[in-house]
Design a protein around this ligand. Structure first.
Ligand code: AGP
Length: 374
């Protein structure tokens, strides 16, 4: 086991640091190069006979649990934008509880690292019986979800052992962004924005390598927060999912209460919690919602909130001119890929918090890697 962990103390730590490689593997052979090292197109072999049907769908549903659900949520905006098809999000157990309507004209996409999660698998049977086209995104070749879907995309992220999913999350987002590009159009190469996204996908592993350099800073931050009872995380737009995923990671391994909140909802309740003691992470990297996040920061400051602001490199002064916030500066990538960069320091934070608090990193209390019972 020690050998497989290499130089790392825990599998979670190893898997966080593996992300430049796991992302490279996920994209290998799928991003097609044009001239001058520019991206030209997307090749998703597992979908080739089904893309046309998917493009004609009335709706796309993403179905999953936990981190896999969060990954789909992170990529939802770019799927909507590039495909023009309405996208709905379903937590597998909730879809089953409601027996929500699914139609023949729907494409249901099942996202699961293990491919064996009972709730997701049962939702797959349900969607199939309703006649939807079922697509699997899993990290496990030959898993029940991979076998049971009509077509799919394998993550190729490599075996994930830590109960807390880390590298599968970033690979899931990368795969769904590639799916959005593939759904977009056959003539992607004529469009500026898809081309920019593809070029950014190429550079993503090296940007993830850069952001991993924040390890020491995140360890320091974890030392500061280790005795706290609770942590709030505010995100919006592309990074609403980042807030949820950060809170999930912190909860499940460090056993600290954490809550991910869509920032637009702050004034509808969570604002009452804000005081000078409760630590709050605000994700405010550059994208179309930057101004709104700045105003959130101002409102939190006005209530003496104890802020940790994640911003784009070079924006520290601009985001917090009075220097009262702790800052996490991250490299800038295309807006739809920014969640992949932003989650990495937050995974590191969850990891270091767990070590400081003395809990089992790879086998958190009461949890199993794959939840095969309902
Ligand atoms: C992730 O850190 C969790 N352990 C958990 O939420 C997990 O993502 C969920 O159980 C879904 O698992 P799956 O991706 O294997 O379907």
């Amino acid at each position: 086991e020690q050998i497989r962990k290499g130089n790392f103390e825990h599998f979670m730590q190893k898997e966080i640091h593996e992300q430049p490689d796991s992302l490279t593997m996920t994209m290998r052979g799928r991003l097609i190069r044009g001239g001058e090292q520019k991206a030209k197109g997307i090749l998703l072999g597992g979908l080739k006979d089904h893309l046309k049907t998917m493009r004609r769908s009335r709706r796309i549903l993403f179905i999953g649990c936990g981190t896999s659900y969060n990954a789909a949520l992170a990529a939802r905006p770019v799927v909507e934008e590039l495909s023009g098809i309405p996208v709905t999000m379903e937590i597998a157990s909730d879809l089953l509880d409601r027996q929500g309507p699914i139609y023949r004209e729907d494409t249901a996409i099942f996202v699961s690292q293990s491919g064996e999660t009972a709730d997701t698998l049962q939702a797959l049977e349900y969607a199939k019986s309703n006649g939807a086209l079922c697509v699997g995104i899993t990290n496990t070749v030959g898993s029940a979800i991979a076998r049971g879907t009509h077509c799919g995309i394998h993550l190729n992220a490599g075996c994930e052992i830590g109960v807390a999913s880390t590298k599968a999350y970033t690979s899931q987002i990368a795969v769904i962004v590639m799916l959005a590009l593939a759904l977009g159009d056959d003539s992607l190469s004529t469009q500026q924005r898809p081309n920019a996204i593809m070029d950014n996908l190429y550079n993503l592993p090296s940007k993830v390598r850069d952001v991993l350099k924040l390890d020491k800073d995140m360890k320091e931050l974890a030392a500061l927060l280790m005795d706290e009872q609770s942590l709030l995380v505010f995100g919006r737009g592309y990074n609403y999912a980042t807030a949820l995923e950060c809170a999930l990671k912190v909860k499940e391994v460090s056993l600290m209460h954490a809550e991910g909140i869509v920032a637009g909802e702050m004034k509808h309740g969570p604002l009452a919690l804000v005081d000078e003691t409760l630590p709050i992470i605000v994700i405010a990297t550059r994208d179309a919602s930057l101004n709104k996040q700045q105003s959130v920061i101002q409102q939190l400051k006005a209530r003496k909130g104890r802020l940790i602001v994640m911003c784009t490199e070079g924006d520290a002064e601009f985001m917090c001119p009075d220097r009262t916030c702790r800052i996490i500066e991250v490299p800038k990538v295309h807006d739809c890929l920014q969640p992949i960069i932003n989650i990495v320091p937050l995974q590191l934070l969850a990891y270091h918090l767990t070590v400081f608090r003395g809990f089992n990193v790879d086998q958190p209390r009461n949890l199993a890697k794959s939840v095969t019972t309902q």
